[in-house]
Design a protein around this ligand. Structure first.
Ligand code: NAY
Length: 289
């Protein structure tokens, strides 16, 4: 029942004016997205500003999202840290508050060797009874998880899936062919439709916070073989993402959610606050649905 598939928003973390986590707005966002058909939630990931949160905040956020989603969809908690023991501790806490799976980017900094990275995942996996979703995001982590080295992690961990946030669809195809049973969630919203024929099980992304309905339409149209509609909506989404990327994805997503009545505040320092000029650019975006 708690299968990871479909369109899963990588939730933003709303903050109050004083900079503390705004649990009320977060719960409001979860309820809104459930009503729009979210198939799960990915919390305290890159979009959720994970590395700018305390451990206590991360667990509190996971607990709040589990509670607000009322067992209807799986909640995946990103527990990534640099240290294995620290990540394992967060994973245990995520399990205790009801997460359906844990996930982590590879440990970054120090240029860890791949056997060290495998060990890191092993320590997390051993600490909990939950499946582990390996998070490949080479652009930010500096580590590439690919068809050649993924097996080393899979041999030693209870793998629940792979979150693949990279533009290399050839590598994605190689992974899919090599592991037909592996659950793969794609992480580049701007290329969502083009990853579907590779055989991904769904997608996790930041723009599903505010334009989930568009991506549900793309997904449904694709499943029905209606490629023209699927392409048209993907192009609409891409023109919105063009503007988002002139700002910064997280900052822009937070601002745009204001239109839907969800007040997210700014990102934490050292992220810059949004400027008036950036707001004007984002205000030009038409219908989000
Ligand atoms: C997460 O953990 O928050 C994510 O899944 C991040 C996925 C995002 N990728 C990046 C590079 O941040 O949703 C995407 C991205 O914001 C979107 O495709 C626009 O580029």
């Amino acid at each position: 029942k708690m299968e990871l598939k479909g369109i899963v928003p990588a939730l933003v973390t709303p903050f109050d004016r004083d900079g503390s986590v705004n649990i009320e707005e977060l719960k409001k966002l979860v309820k809104l997205l459930l009503s729009e058909g979210a198939d799960g939630f990915y919390v305290t990931g890159s979009t959720g500003e994970c590395f700018l949160l305390t451990d206590e905040e991360r667990t509190r956020i996971t607990a709040a999202v589990v509670e607000a989603s009322e067992g209807k969809v799986p909640v995946v908690a990103h527990v990534g840290k640099i240290g294995a023991a620290q990540a394992a501790k967060l994973a245990k806490e995520a399990q205790s508050v009801g997460a359906a799976a844990v996930s982590s980017v590879p440990p970054f900094y120090y240029d860890f060797k791949f056997d060290e990275i495998v060990k890191y995942y092993e320590v997390i996996s051993d600490a909990v009874d939950l499946p582990l979703v390996v998070y490949n995001f080479p652009q930010y982590s500096g580590v590439s998880i690919n068809a050649s080295n993924l097996g080393l992690i899979m041999k030693n961990c209870r793998i629940g899936g792979l979150k693949y946030t990279d533009a290399n669809l050839y590598e994605l195809e190689r992974i899919r062919m090599q592991y037909p049973e592996l659950r793969i969630m794609f992480g580049q919203d701007e290329a969502f439709l083009y990853a579907l024929p590779v055989g991904v099980d769904g997608a996790i992304g930041s723009t599903y916070n505010f334009m989930l309905k568009k991506f549900k339409r793309i997904w449904n149209a694709y499943q029905l073989g209606n490629m023209q509609e699927a392409e048209q909506v993907q192009h609409e989404a891409c023109r919105i993402i063009d503007k988002l990327l002139c700002v910064r994805d997280i900052t822009a997503v937070k601002y745009l959610l204001g239109r839907k009545g969800i007040e997210c505040g700014s990102c934490r320092l050292p992220f810059n606050p949004i400027t008036e000029q950036e707001k004007q650019l984002l205000d030009k975006i038409g219908d989000l649905d």
